[in-house]
Design a protein around this ligand. Structure first.
Ligand code: MG
Length: 384
């Protein structure tokens, strides 16, 4: 760990008692996946963010595992402020950071452009927040409608909020204000730190009440277009090679030969994913003429394709892979391959399908001269 890294903290410790859901809202489904999974994916895919840490309830670790798998986490406190403090102290204990983004899981759709704006504004101030203008008329509430509040000069403050780590940590440690702050910019300002505003995004609307879930689904759906693409690959079986198939090593009397580890399954899947964003094929990104990919593990090719999709704000919805060979039998390895690919793509196992077929001893696969694989990937990509 080093003190210059950029860490993102997702605050996901709430009880969600206003959402009407039995689950805490950060784990309720929005746009097809647990709410916290959306901002986690956006933050981990951003090239300037080194680590993402989730703060969740001490009794919510199982729900976090179900939503995201074994990601870094820390137990939160009784209030939002104490949860953020716990996250900041955990970062400090691991060597600190140069800057930190603090984000509420209740704002699931996080455009990369907002992160870009926040991080570049941090060059000029110790704190920066995304804001949007107020469009609605504001008035005092009560049993009958009260006075209209002038909205000139008012903004709505969103998250993530970005801070120089040492400054926001000190602001939290020194906090002695009355009441509970609703965000971290208030704490930075209370400590005398300057906070600048950058333009927020309507995609970052907070999901709080039951009706917000439907609105968030609609917002997400309107923004994405579904794309599918296929991939196909063949490698030759030869004696004296290890057999890598679908990201795992399978004991067999022969293995696949090629420039990398020749994992046809991961190669077909990589091409399918690259196809969804029109990013060429595996050879475009990892040329077989380049010696650095000699013997390379193909899992890095697959992860690279998934990263390219997430960098565009995309979501991988489903992949399906068919392995075509007479031997080895794939059935005994199906669960391990499925789990490995789900891990590499950071998606759930039920979003991965692994199938196998023989070709009735016909053709090159039937003669066991090689193994073929075909794949299809379905993703959602935000409209430009
Ligand atoms: Mg290949």
């Amino acid at each position: 760990m080093n003190g210059q890294r950029t860490v993102a903290l997702i605050v996901a410790a709430g009880r969600g008692d206003r959402s009407g859901s039995a689950l805490p809202k950060q784990y309720a489904t929005v746009a097809g996946r647990p709410m916290v999974a959306h901002s986690y994916a956006a933050l981990s895919a951003h090239p300037d963010i080194d680590t993402v840490l989730v703060v969740t309830g001490a009794d919510q670790f199982e729900q976090l595992d179900a939503a995201l798998g074994p990601v870094p986490r820390v137990a939160g406190g009784a209030t939002r402020r104490l949860s953020v403090r716990a996250g900041l102290e955990a970062i400090a204990a691991e060597g600190g950071a140069g800057q930190v983004l603090i984000h509420d899981a209740a704002r699931p759709f996080l455009p990369a452009a907002v992160i870009d704006r926040l991080l570049s504004a941090l060059a000029d101030a110790p704190g920066t927040v995304p804001v949007l203008p107020v469009a609605d008329t504001l008035a005092q509430s009560g049993s009958s409608l009260g006075e209209v509040v002038p909205r000139d000069g008012l903004v709505r403050v969103q998250t993530p909020q970005a801070f120089r780590f040492a400054d926001i940590l000190a602001a939290h440690r020194d906090w002695s204000g009355d009441g509970e702050p609703t965000d971290d910019a208030q704490m930075m300002r209370a400590a005398g730190g300057h906070v600048v505003a950058v333009t927020g995004d309507s995609m970052l609307e907070k999901v709080t009440y039951p009706a917000d879930f439907a609105a968030a689904d609609a917002r997400a759906g309107a923004r994405f277009r579904v794309r599918s693409a296929t991939g196909y690959d063949v490698h030759r079986l030869e004696a004296g090679e290890e057999l890598w198939l679908g990201g795992i090593r399978i004991p067999h009397n022969r293995g696949l030969s090629g420039h990398s580890d020749a994992d046809v399954g991961l190669h077909a899947l990589t091409d399918a994913l690259l196809g969804t964003i029109g990013a060429g094929d595996i050879g475009t990104h990892f040329p077989p003429t380049d010696p650095q990919w000699k013997g390379a593990a193909s899992d890095r090719f697959l992860v690279h394709a998934a990263d390219l999709i997430r960098q565009r704000g995309g979501i991988i919805d489903f992949v399906d892979l068919t392995l075509i060979c007479e031997a080895p039998k794939i059935g005994p390895h199906r669960a391990a391959i499925r789990s490995r690919i789900a891990d590499l793509l950071a998606i759930a196992e039920d979003e991965v399908s692994i199938k196998a077929t023989t070709t009735e001893r016909l053709g090159f696969t039937g003669r066991s001269e090689g193994i073929a694989a075909q794949a299809i990937a379905t993703v959602r990509i935000p409209e430009a």
